[in-house]
Design a protein around this ligand. Structure first.
Ligand code: ARG
Length: 466
């Protein structure tokens, strides 16, 4: 008797004589994570009911009864009154079952010509569309916060690094804007992926196409899709739209992580370039003096799972025969986790950036130390006609000499400099300062304040709200 009731709960009870093992039911259930697709599932069902109506499979009264029932289900879920039943496997079954309870047997007509295989593919694409919108806005706000800090620091010199060794002076705005342009490409990657996912899978049925004369183009229009899938096997079995999303998310995570790593490094006593506000730092339970950059560290840390989620999905899909396989149910947790992780990071990053205190005096001082303008001395000699390789060699010797005597390049007397090359004249002093070094890099994309001001204008145009 109990088994009968259990079988009757299932969408596929007819063929079975035994109920599902409770452990197996728990193991296969997806409700715990796919319930967040409820709104997309209802949207898809309302459109599907209209499509069934257009083919004459539903009367107008039936369609209306179904749509009213779906609205009632939506109200229950929104009001926290919906009786979620894990034993009903997934969100699709939960909604359909409740619809039938509320609207009567007509609810049983909704699934005509539809499969959970094309249904889930639809739900995911609808969800992706909205998630990308939110992530784009989070990235835009992060860019805006960086641009704002860049506005203040176009003339603020700091050391630029390669190999984490002081290399050449740059301005702080230049460093910050680098991330604005990375985030821009991230936004473009998400938008590209969304455009490719803008294809209606519904009407593909389980795998071979629905058996009813559904007007899929009208359905695509109703659901706001740009196109209709051309191959039903492809439509129900590929998850490349999720892989693209997760790939864009993983790359974005790398950018976020590097920004967080820069800030964490700059906040050390050794660098002393930046201080986090109390609101975005935490203390130590044992060391009273500590101020830890936890938020930045966790931005860096959480980006690891963004990479992991991409690998998880690709590994799950690889080697699956066409068309649908239950393995594909495993696509949702990595997808949702990356959405949540990115949204969480992008929620906290803009205010964190806004509340940083940059120690620009300390940066300015560091920018001039450790022979940061050695390249400028070599460039000076090149301007006097020396081949760059020779100039490089000469300046290398100057640096060796100066470092032995504890002098700076600017501090070396002219006569001493001239011992290395007679081409060096009194005008060399103009080339060796930090400001001169910066000014010299006025190419498009360079760190000269004038060039950075131009990049800033480009960046500003990227963050105009939609
Ligand atoms: N929960 C399933 C998934 O997420 C929905 C599609 C199930 N289809 C099936 N025939 N079991 O992939």
């Amino acid at each position: 008797m109990a088994a009968d009731r259990q079988r009757a709960d299932k969408l596929w009870g007819g063929r079975f004589t035994e109920g599902t093992d409770p452990g197996a039911a728990r193991f296969t259930a997806s409700l715990g994570f796919d319930r967040r697709l409820w709104a997309q599932d209802i949207t898809g069902s309302i459109a599907w009911a209209a499509a069934l109506r257009r083919t004459g499979l539903l009367t107008e009264d039936e369609r209306r009864a179904i749509v009213d029932g779906l609205h009632a289900v939506r109200a229950e879920i929104e009001g926290g009154r919906f009786p979620f039943r894990p034993e009903l496997e997934d969100i699709h079954t939960n909604i359909e079952r409740r619809l039938t309870e509320l609207a009567g047997p007509v609810g049983g007509k909704l699934h005509t010509g539809r499969s959970r295989n094309d249904q889930i593919a639809l739900d995911e694409r609808l969800y992706l569309r909205e998630a990308v919108g939110r992530i784009d806005e989070g990235l835009r706000r992060s860019q805006a916060a960086l641009v704002e800090r860049a506005e203040e620091t176009v003339d603020a010199p700091m050391p630029g690094y390669t190999h984490l060794q002081r290399a050449q002076p740059i301005v702080l705005a230049h460093h910050l804007l680098a991330y604005v342009f990375m985030f821009q490409r991230d936004r473009e990657r998400f938008a590209d992926g969304r455009a490719r996912a803008d294809v209606l899978p519904l009407g593909s049925g389980a795998l071979a196409g629905t058996g009813f004369a559904i007007d899929r183009e009208a359905l695509a229009r109703d659901l706001g899709f740009a196109a209709t899938s051309a191959n039903s096997l492809d439509a129900v079995s590929d998850r490349d739209y999720l892989a693209e999303f997760l790939s864009a998310a993983a790359i974005t995570g790398v950018h976020l992580s590097r920004l967080a790593a820069d800030l964490t490094l700059w906040a050390t006593a050794e660098f002393g370039f930046v201080e986090f506000s109390d609101a975005f730092a935490t203390g130590s339970s044992i060391m009273p003096q500590k101020k830890n950059p936890d938020v930045a560290e966790l931005i860096r840390g959480k980006s690891g799972r963004l990479a992991g989620n991409l690998v998880a999905l690709l590994t799950t899909l690889k080697g699956l025969p066409l068309a649908y396989n239950s393995d594909m149910q495993e696509d949702k947790e990595p997808f949702f986790d990356s959405v949540d992780t990115l949204e969480a990071i992008l929620g906290v990053l803009p205010p964190l950036l806004a509340s940083l205190t940059f120690h620009t005096e300390r940066m300015r001082q560091a920018a001039g130390e450790h022979f940061a303008t050695a390249t400028d001395l070599a460039d000076y000699l090149v301007r006097k006609g020396l081949p760059f390789r020779e100039a490089h060699e000469i300046v290398g010797r100057v640096v060796l000499h100066a470092s032995r005597s504890g002098a700076t390049l600017e501090g070396l007397p002219l006569e001493e400099l001239r011992r290395f090359s007679p081409l060096i004249g009194s005008d060399v002093k103009d080339a060796l300062g930090v400001e001169a070094s910066l000014r010299a890099r006025a190419v498009t994309g360079g760190t000269a304040p004038a060039a950075v001001a131009q990049a800033l204008a480009t960046a500003r145009a990227l963050i105009t709200p939609p």
